[in-house]
Design a protein around this ligand. Structure first.
Ligand SMILES: [Zn+2]
Length: 276
């Protein structure tokens, strides 16, 4: 049983100067491939269920899936709810067995975000569950523009909420299909100067591998959320597998054929966040 909370994996990462990947899960095959990848590297992994995933598969199913994988794993596995927008959503996730929830109050006014996030932290603490919050707003490629996190906001959020991890907006953008994000290191350094909370960068797919590696080793960024590049790997590999065998029709055979490539890409992502 290696089920872990976010705090369990991010505090050591903060001390040892490395980072953990929060990998966006959309189904059984990718979740299984990500845990296999973490075992191959020998590092923890955060399995994340975001809004798209939850719209497709009910939360209790996802919680059972993540916990089942964690129980059979040799490395710490975190069962994490990504972008919970309502307290109820976080509460249901905790009741289902998630060990970590993100409450995303980034669209709220600062005081409202702090108040609501602090309430989630209290509720989660009673269940031994970790909480990630967001301050500033991480925008979406081709969609809503982001708003950078200011050091003053980061300090107020840290002091007012007691979160285990804080997502910040420093040039990172969700859903980028190329590694085109320019991370503002000065802004990040100013935020780091006012908080000891492990930081999270959403939109990790858009951050160049070399920058991710450097940030993992030389900043308080301890969690990178990675979704788009793994979904791209899934789509490309699936298309190739279907083209290779026009007669294939069995769901298990089709989806299992994608796992080795997904595992390999996830291994690369996880290894890049380690010291060596
Ligand atoms: Zn996000």
């Amino acid at each position: 049983m290696t089920l872990a909370t976010l705090r369990d994996v991010l505090q050591p990462a903060l001390c040892e100067r490395c980072a953990v990947a929060g990998l966006v899960v959309l189904g059984w095959e990718d979740a299984r491939a990500y845990v296999a990848a973490a075992e191959a590297v020998g590092c923890p992994v955060i399995l994340q269920a975001g809004p798209g995933c939850r719209a497709h598969t009910p939360l209790p199913v996802l919680a059972a899936m993540f916990r089942t994988l964690a129980e059979g794993a040799t490395v710490p596995v975190v069962a994490h709810l990504d972008h919970g927008y309502e307290a109820d959503e976080c509460r249901i996730a905790i009741d289902c067995g998630f060990t970590s929830v993100m409450f995303d109050g980034s669209k709220l006014a600062l005081n409202e975000n702090i108040k609501k996030t602090a309430n989630i932290v209290n509720m989660a603490a009673a269940a031994g569950v970790s909480v990630e919050g967001e301050i500033g707003f991480v925008g979406y490629s081709g969609g809503v523009e982001g708003r950078g996190t200011t050091p003053a906001e980061a300090r107020a959020f840290t002091e007012g909420t007691g979160v285990d991890a804080m997502a910040v907006s420093v040039g990172n953008v969700h859903l980028q299909m190329e590694q085109a994000a320019a991370i503002n290191r000065d802004q990040l350094a100013q935020i780091e100067a006012v908080t000891n909370v492990p930081l999270v960068l959403h939109g990790g797919s858009g951050i160049p591998d070399s920058v991710r590696h450097d940030l993992a080793l030389n900043s308080k960024v301890c969690k990178f959320n990675i979704g788009t590049e793994l979904r791209q790997t899934f789509g490309k590999t699936l298309r190739a597998e279907l083209n290779n065998d026009p007669e294939v029709f069995d769901r298990i055979k089709i989806l299992s054929s994608v796992e080795p490539e997904l595992k390999s890409r996830a291994e690369g992502i996880l290894r890049n966040l380690q010291r060596n």
